[in-house]
Structure formats: structure tokens, C-alpha cells
Design a protein around this ligand. Sequence first.
Ligand SMILES: Nc1nc2c(ncn2[C@@H]2O[C@H](COP(=O)(O)OP(=O)(O)OP(=O)(O)O)[C@@H](O)[C@H]2O)c(=O)[nH]1
Length: 305
Amino acid sequence: MSWLDRLRGGFQKTADKVADNLTGLTSRAALDTSTLEDIEEALIASDLGPEASHRIREAIARQTFEKLDERGLRSILADEIEKILAPVAKPLQITGFPRPHVILVIGVNGSGKTTTIGKLAKWLKEEDYGVLLAAGDTFRAAALEQLKIWGDRIGAPVISGKEGGDAAGIVFDGVKQATATGEDVLIVDTAGRLQNKTHLMEELSKIRRVLGRLNPEAPHDVLLVLDATTGQNALAQVETFRDSAGVTGLIMTKLDGTARGGILVAAAEKFGLPIHAIGVGEKADDLRPFDARAVARAIAGLPPE
Ligand SMILES: Nc1nc2c(ncn2[C@@H]2O[C@H](COP(=O)(O)OP(=O)(O)OP(=O)(O)O)[C@@H](O)[C@H]2O)c(=O)[nH]1
């Protein structure tokens, strides 16, 4: 299956939900205020968020025809969602020099961090970058095991320390090793215990301090991994991590397992942070930079172009 087909398949539940919520609205006699309000409500109920839903409503209100058919509505929806997504759809750039370019990956447990690191590493390797993975989540032995499995699967070395050890120390060793072996990118897995937020933030600050001593520009990216199935909660996580952890970009995962994919649009509109990639499955090839137009069409339930 091509990426576009998988993308469309991944967003199917979301597209069905959007279509269900809009059912009946296009057959009304006139595009009056009450219909426009119902459309806005339907979009909010589809997780697109109040700002984006209002913006789309305004665009629909500007249409000249009195009666919108379903296809027409989908097509305006796709155009407007694309306008919201396009400014934030930015592929990750590996620019860090001297090497390695350091990517910190953060997010709460279970958001899909480790899987995302595996997929990201595979994709970077396909682009001919040498990748080293650092197991900075020293709190859970299972996290290290999982990272090693991904490392073996995609042929990327993994640097780790003792369970319960110092994450910043592993990151330090990671930069040293990548420099010695000439790897281009160091991707760091981190612990995700939000319940112990102060400690977590202290640990991230320490990692940053240690990195800064080796290269003032590192980390070059701080990526927050969000689980789309958690809906509004994912937005709350951006707020929690954005300032305290210096998030530079987002990756949204599990868009395939949910009807709540509209949250991607809400996040784009609300935060304006770059969204570097989206995950639409558990396999190594299920993460790609996202194409605003293709995603917008998938959410609106239109076929790939
Ligand atoms: N359907 C689907 N599942 C995903 C996706 N990304 C990750 N998963 C699954 O989500 C679960 C959690 O992913 P992990 O990568 O372990 O998440 P984590 O944030 O590292 O969690 P901890 O290891 O608990 O810190 C796993 O079963 C993954 O296979 C995705 O895009 N789609």
C-alpha cells in the first residue's frame, strides 16, 4: 500500500466522524446562521477545536451559493484545513553542525515515544544519515529493551546506562560516541513521568545543561510526541511541556486508531508549533513528514489526488 493510501486509511475513522457530524446539514434549504452554527458545532464535536472550527465556518459563510452540496462542503473543508496545517507542516531538518545533530524526544509514557524514535531513525537512515539512539529513559528497564529492539530492527546502535542511572550522563556519552564514530544524528529517548513533573523537568534541564557544554546549539530539536487518541488531553500536554521543556516541534502518533484525528487541526491552529511528522500505524514505515494537503483531504473524506 502506498503512503497516501495508508494515510487515507489511517484517517478513515476521523473522516467518518466528521462526515457523521455534518450529516443532514448540507441538505438544508439555505445556508443561514442556524445552519452555519450547526456546522461550527459539528466541527468542534469532531475535535477540530473552537478557533479552527470558527475559521472554517467563516470561510463557508463567504461562499456565494445558497445551498452547499456534500461534495462542495468537503472541498471547502479540505481547503480550509489545508490553510491551517500548511504553515506548521515542516519536515525535520538535520542542520546541526558540528555533528551530531541532537534530537530530544519527550512525552508522557505510552504516547508512542519509543516507537516514534524507531520509525524516525529508520526514515533518517533511509535518507543516508548515520543515527545513534540514546536510552535516556533509565527508569523503566522495558523502555531500554524496547529501544534496543528497534535499534536491532533498523540497524542503529543504542547507547545505554544502568537502570535508574543518570540520563544526562548517557546523553553526554552519546554525543562523545557519535562524534567518535561520525554519526550524524543522536536521538535521545527520555522518561515520561508527568506525575513527577518537577523531577522530570529537572532531569530535562540537566540534559540540556550537559548538552550545552558540548555544543551550545544542542539540543537542536526537542520533539514532543502526542497520542492523538487522547484528544483534548494531547493539547493540555503541549501546554505543560511547551515552556518548561522548550518544545520546538510536535509529532502526533496513533492517528490511525482514532476518530479524534481532528485534534491535529486544533493543535496546529492553537500552538503554531511545527508538526514534523505523523504516525498512522505501529510499523517502521508508518511515520512520515506530513503533507498538509493530503492530510486535509483525508480528514475531509476526499480521495487522494
Ligand atoms: N496504532 C498505532 N499505534 C502506535 C503508534 N505509535 C505507537 N503505537 C503503539 O503505542 C504503544 C505505546 O508506544 P510506545 O512507543 O511504547 O510509547 P512510549 O511513549 O515510549 O511509552 P513508554 O515506553 O511506556 O514510555 C505501543 O503499543 C506502540 O506500538 C501509531 O502511530 N499507531
